[in-house]
Design a protein around this ligand. Structure first.
Ligand code: COA
Length: 260
């Protein structure tokens, strides 16, 4: 098991819960946390055999209150551009991870915290969660994909409203906008995320990976989405899981998928 200083991990059956763990700084994303998230998705769990990841924040107050403002302060132009590109690369690792990643948003998801939640495939929010891209209050803009993914998730008009006002919204408003998939009582957040993860974990792993690949293809310049879908569909038809899934249906039994 890997040890991290700003993250904790817990295995629950087929699901791994990854907790952002800087509660005294409202889980703000500092360099070490970024590097550890990078290591988690790019190396340490690249061949993780579980079926789903849940990301949440430690403490009752925050998922992540953004990039660490104390680190941002004093960056020059080149350093800021480098940091933005690094954040974008790391969040793309999550978006393109081979397993579904669910954000269980327990409190403030602001700036980079909202961007991290948006890089996940599904978002479950506690009623106490608050979302926003308040960067304009600091005289900057979102740098970890927020101007792109917010538009993708809630549309241009509402995205402009949040990005230009920097205003925070509650979980119910975020749900109405389509920014989050479901809202739960605070005490039910992890149970609800785990239930969703278990539901997903029972499906064919190659199919889940294929869905993620094709949906991301829709948003990737130069990728012809329908072509990618047909190619992926064909590749998966060559798997044991395809035979197992269709056989199980015909034989009226539950499929047991192996990811092969
Ligand atoms: N970066 C660094 N530290 C942060 C932080 C951030 N993004 N957000 C909160 N913290 C720290 C605070 O500095 C404080 O630390 P301290 O006790 O050493 O002073 C601690 O977390 C608690 O935050 P505090 O502001 O006292 O809590 P609050 O309940 O009064 O307010 C927020 C909560 C989220 C409204 C407020 O912390 C905030 O606005 N944070 C910045 C959000 C933001 O602009 N994010 C985008 C960054 S690009």
């Amino acid at each position: 098991m890997n040890t991290y200083q700003t993250l904790t991990t817990e295995i629950k059956g087929d699901v791994l819960i990854l907790t952002l763990n800087r509660p005294d700084a409202l889980n703000a994303l500092n360099t070490m946390m970024f590097d550890e998230i990078d290591a988690f998705f790019s190396k340490d769990h690249q061949s993780f055999s579980g079926r789903c990841i849940i990301i949440t924040g430690s403490g009752s107050k925050a998922f992540a209150a953004g990039a660490d403002i104390k680190e941002l302060h004093g960056l020059n132009s080149a350093q800021a551009e480098t940091l933005s590109a690094k954040g974008q690369r790391i969040f793309a690792l999550i978006e393109n991870f081979h397993l579904p990643v669910i954000a269980a948003v327990n409190g403030f998801a602001l700036g980079g915290g909202c961007e991290l939640a948006m890089a996940c495939h599904i978002r479950v929010a506690s009623q106490q969660a608050r979302f926003g891209q308040p960067e304009v209050n600091l005289g900057i803009i979102p740098g970890y994909g927020g101007t792109q993914r917010l538009v993708q998730l809630i549309g241009k008009g509402k995205a402009y409203e949040l990005l230009l006002t920097g205003e925070m919204i509650g979980a119910e408003a975020a749900h109405e906008l389509g920014l989050v998939n479901m809202v739960t009582a605070p005490d039910d957040l992890i149970v609800t995320a785990l239930r969703l993860a278990d539901q997903i974990a029972a499906k064919g792993p190659l199919a889940l990976k294929g869905v993620i690949r094709c949906v991301n293809g829709y948003f990737t310049p130069g990728v012809e989405g329908y072509g990618l879908e047909a190619k992926t569909f064909g590749e998966i038809a060559d798997s044991k899981d395809f035979v197992e899934g269709t056989s199980a249906f015909i034989e009226k039994r539950k499929a047991v998928f192996t990811g092969r």
